[in-house]
Write a protein that binds this ligand. Structure first.
Ligand code: FAD
Ligand code: NAP
Length: 312
């Protein structure tokens, strides 16, 4: 049996929302405990340069998150390397069970579990995950030096992944199901000008092709969404960059969700459907999904939690 620890505010998640909540909750003398989860620092740790964090023209995502953690700790937050496996919000204090065996009881909980990469859902994609199929160019791009890679998606992530992969790969094909990208214009400009990148419009990937001995990708089968015609595109790596889904597994049967799994909060606040439980960042935001908006919501969540605790 692990130990049981009580805290006034338990913050779950260590992305911009969690760390900002920790800074504010610590400065409010609430002695918050923040549990980092399996991705300490959150999504920005799997990217390279961030160019839209105010005050930094260029900052590396992982460096920014190290600074945020240091800031939260300097203000007095306790940051713990662990993962919350189960959360009981049915009564107060709320109870969180961590993988380490520790049980946390908390008067208020701030959920900042962010989002996780979406996959296409193809059996062949699953089969080659980690063997040529990836959702993180920063993590795996290095393995494709001088090779051919395919990226699927049309948002900022896909364009960033494609551009980043040009540092290693000889040729990058971006496949998108429409004829227009969602990515910011400045990113699109860089993509279209890049000599190593080709864009295949109006296509979706229907299968990942490869060998089993040794296991590895050799091509992806792309289908023209208008004509139905399929083409096999030879490649050594396939990067899926089709967006992210909210990490609401812990609370899906306990809190009101909307828009496909995002935690619903009262407009203009971070209050969820259970008093004393607050949500911030990508977990609750299907529209903006930026580091700076997540940090802003983290601040709001700590202030909302402080107000709640003062009244209880
Ligand atoms: P996340 O960053 O998603 O962090 C979630 C945290 O929750 C993680 O620490 C995880 O370990 C933790 N967690 C999850 N489940 C549990 C659990 N059960 N127990 C404990 N902890 C848990 N935005 C920008 O503004 N500028 C950019 O340049 C930019 N580039 C990006 C590049 C990429 C490749 C990606 C994927 C995203 C990018 N974004 C960018 C978006 C930005 O990263 C997100 O909007 C932001 O990180 C969301 O912050 P968050 O705090 O809500 O959650
Ligand atoms: P996104 O904006 O939701 O884009 C997802 C893309 O994948 C869309 O183009 C979508 O196509 C496509 N797609 C979705 N499902 C698909 C499927 N099953 N098959 C084929 N294609 C599919 O996601 P994102 O690019 O990960 O960005 C998420 C958020 O993080 C955004 O708010 C973004 O601004 C932010 N972000 C910011 C930066 C930055 O500021 N530099 C970098 C990365 C991410 P459709 O267009 O047809 O829908």
């Amino acid at each position: 049996m692990g130990e049981t620890r009580h805290t006034r505010v338990l913050i779950i998640g260590s992305g911009p929302a969690g760390y900002t909540a920790a800074v504010y909750a610590a400065r409010a003398m609430l002695n918050p405990i923040l549990v980092q989860g399996i991705q300490p620092g959150g999504q920005l740790t799997i990217t390279t340069e961030v160019e839209n964090w105010p005050g930094d023209t260029h900052v590396m995502g992982p460096d920014l998150m190290v600074r945020m953690q240091a800031h939260a700790e300097a203000m007095g937050a306790e940051v713990i390397s662990d993962h919350i496996a189960a959360l009981d919000l049915s009564r107060r204090p709320f109870i969180a069970q961590a993988d380490s065996g520790t049980t946390y009881t908390a008067d208020a909980v701030i959920l900042a579990t962010g989002a996780q990469a979406k996959w296409l859902g193809l059996p062949s994609e699953e089969h080659f995950k980690g063997f040529g199929v990836s959702a993180c160019a920063t993590c795996d791009g290095f393995f494709y030096r001088g090779k051919k890679v395919v990226v699927i998606g049309g948002g900022n992530t896909a364009v960033e992944e494609a551009l980043f992969l040009t540092n290693f790969a000889a040729q990058v094909t971006l496949i998108h199901r429409r004829d227009r990208l969602r990515a910011e214009k400045i990113m699109q400009d860089r993509l279209f000008k890049h000599p190593k990148i080709t864009v295949l419009w109006h296509h979706e990937v229907t299968e990942v092709l490869g060998d089993d001995n040794p296991r590895g990708v050799t091509a992806v089968r792309a289908r023209n969404v208008n004509s139905g015609q399929t083409t096999d595109i030879p490649c050594d790596g396939f990067f899926v960059a089709i967006g992210h889904a909210p990490a609401s597994e812990l609370v899906k049967d306990q809190l009101e969700l909307h828009n496909g799994g995002y935690v619903r909060v009262e407009p203009g606040s971070t209050r969820t459907s259970i008093p004393g439980v607050f949500a911030a960042g990508d977990l609750t935001d299907h529209i903006y999904r930026q580091a700076v908006t997540s940090a802003g919501m983290g601040c709001m969540a700590a202030l909302d939690a402080e107000k709640f605790l003062a009244g209880h």
